[in-house]
Design a protein. Sequence first.
Length: 122
Amino acid sequence: MNLSLDANRPSVAIIGDSFVEGYCLPYKKSFAYLLGDLVKDKQIINLGVNGYSPDQYLLYSRRHLKNFNVKDIIVAFFPYNDIPMVFRKYTESQKLGYSKPYFEENNFDTLQIFRWKKSREK
């Protein structure tokens, strides 16, 4: 995320994974930069993070967007791998080399977050 953003300026937030981040692209070819070229009256806040899934988008955006004057939000995701990652448990994601919070359905209408707890080695 660009730390030189103006907290009071009307903004468009883009939330997603490596596609939004512009992973492996020159900045001027990224989705955020190209959108910023088209939308002159609002600043673009790029919250794309390589490897994130929608549950992490939610947590990351809750943490950062409250500090800005966000007027529009664009959420970009790839359902093939992003949706299954929401329900991946810590032990499953650990095999991929990272850890993440995970969600479980609660009474079929809400999601409950669980954070992994690192086991202490003795």
